[in-house]
Design a protein around this ligand. Structure first.
Ligand SMILES: [Zn+2]
Length: 469
């Protein structure tokens, strides 16, 4: 007997967490953090829906916070067994969790100052740095793609992973389990699936057939992406026109994947002469710098064709005139360097980090260009700017938005609707669960899948729902 229960990324895009019960064994696919408005984030403080101390193992698809961000809570509540993942995922999860613990603590201290004056007790941080250190010991089983692992030999349960092409080390997970009658069954969990044709990550591996049960993400299940080439051309145009105006290009960075992809394109522009040597580029985000070092450590997990095409002695993410600025002093010194220049700084949605200092100094100048290359959630400073605010408040002060603002959407790390439907068709799965999407995106993808795979049973599970598989 086998069951699957959905304890996260069901009815929402974040908090990925699926429980498999196969005979008497229990396995988790991911244990991610719920992110977004408080109505979603408060789910992090609710019980998991199962006993963490009864979980036999976890398989982690990749290192994004919405897939690994509740592991410290899980381990604090009794989960003591192994976490299986690729070597890059282990390293990325470590950095992501440590950074998250710092952010949670900062937010708590800030809220406490405000709320205590109002006589309200603030909610304790979800986890501490100590919780993170304890859970890191559980990452003791690293596995490469296509390596078969026997999870529970007595019940004939095996898994292997293939490249999901989403971020460095991201995996699709195949689980082979026994059926009460006849041959065994196979479940494929897509994790987050990439869009393909990217310079840094490989294309997502095509599905291996047969697949009986498909658990599929639906982040962009209701839309099609702009072409990647058009997005790169738009980035180049934004930079070249700003150099002519002797202005500053500000790029709020997402530390993982987007930063490395941008560095790769900026390096190409420098080598081709589009980005003159006199224009310095600053990467002003300690987390993004650490992540870039991880990409260099795990180049064997990157897109072999692109990396092979480069000079053996040249890193795909560095070039002349690129400066990694880590300390606050270095960060401040950037303002004294006259334009033109390019500054990449976190955070990606401009809710915190050093980008806010740069925005305060430069957003009101007409010579500045703000290049937005990632999703901006509701309620963030980034969202207010792309919605056309004339003035925004930064550190309590009004700042006029006079910079040119480019919103470039084609750099997404998720497959769009067309890719997702084609992928599902190739699996020939008889049962499909659509997860990891806002309700509209998940419903829209489910509808498209029903039309394309008329013999498949397609469901959009609700949070906490269990199904026999
Ligand atoms: Zn992801």
């Amino acid at each position: 007997m086998a069951n699957i229960s959905f304890f996260g990324a069901a009815g929402t895009v974040t908090g990925s967490c699926h429980l498999l019960q196969i005979q008497k064994k229990r396995f988790l696919l991911d244990s991610g953090q719920f992110q977004g408005p408080w109505a979603i984030e408060r789910l992090n403080y609710r019980p998991f829906g199962f006993s963490p101390n009864k979980i036999d193992a976890m398989i982690l698809s990749h290192g994004h916070l919405d897939h690994c961000g509740r592991i410290p809570v899980l381990s604090r509540n009794g989960f003591k067994n192994s976490i299986y993942c690729t070597p890059p995922t282990r390293d990325i999860a470590r950095l992501i969790l440590m950074d998250s613990a710092h952010v949670l603590k900062e937010e708590f201290l800030w809220k406490r100052r405000r709320l205590t004056r109002a006589g309200i007790e603030p909610v304790e941080p979800l986890y501490s740095l100590e919780d993170v250190y304890y859970c890191l010991d559980l990452f003791d089983k690293t596995v490469g793609y296509n390596e078969e692992i026997r999870l529970a030999p007595k019940v004939n349960l095996r898994f292997h992973t293939t490249d999901a092409g989403h971020i460095l080390g991201s995996s699709q997970i195949y689980l082979d389990y026994p059926a009460p009658k006849g041959p065994g069954r196979r479940l494929l969990f897509t994790g987050d699936l990439g869009d393909g044709d990217r310079p840094i990550v490989n294309d997502p591996a095509r599905p291996e057939r047969p697949v009986d049960v498909l658990v599929m993400e639906s982040t962009y299940g209701d839309r099609l992406h702009k072409s990647y080439e058009d997005s790169v051309a738009e980035l180049e145009e934004a930079i070249i026109s700003t150099i002519k105006r002797k202005g500053t290009v500000l790029i709020p960075t997402f530390a993982l994947e987007r930063t490395q992809e941008l560095l790769f394109h900026l390096g190409n522009m420098r080598r081709s002469g589009l980005l003159p040597r006199r224009v310095p580029v600053f990467l002003n985000s300690p987390l993004a710098i650490d992540m870039t070092r991880l990409y260099l450590k795990h180049l064997d997990y990157c897109n072999a064709q692109v990396i092979k095409g480069m000079d053996r002695h040249r890193s795909p993410f560095t070039f002349s005139g690129l400066y990694f600025t880590e300390t606050p002093e270095e960060s401040k010194a950037i303002h004294n360097i006259p334009g033109p220049k390019i500054v990449m700084a976190g955070s990606g949605m401009m809710t915190g980090g050093r980008i806010k200092h740069h925005l305060k100094h430069l957003l009101w100048k007409e010579s500045t260009t703000l290049v937005i290359v990632g999703f901006q959630a509701e309620g963030t400073l980034g969202r207010r700017i792309i919605e056309g605010a004339d003035t925004v408040r930064i550190f309590g002060e009004p700042v006029a938005v006079r910079a040119r603002v480019y919103t470039i959407n084609g750099f997404s790390a998720h497959a769009d609707r067309k890719h997702l439907v084609n992928f599902a068709k190739e699996t020939k799965a008889k049962r499909i669960f659509v997860v990891h999407g806002e309700p509209a995106a998940a419903a829209s993808l489910a509808q498209a899948l029903r039309a394309s795979l008329p013999h498949a049973k397609v469901e959009v599970p609700a949070l906490g729902e269990t199904f026999k598989i």
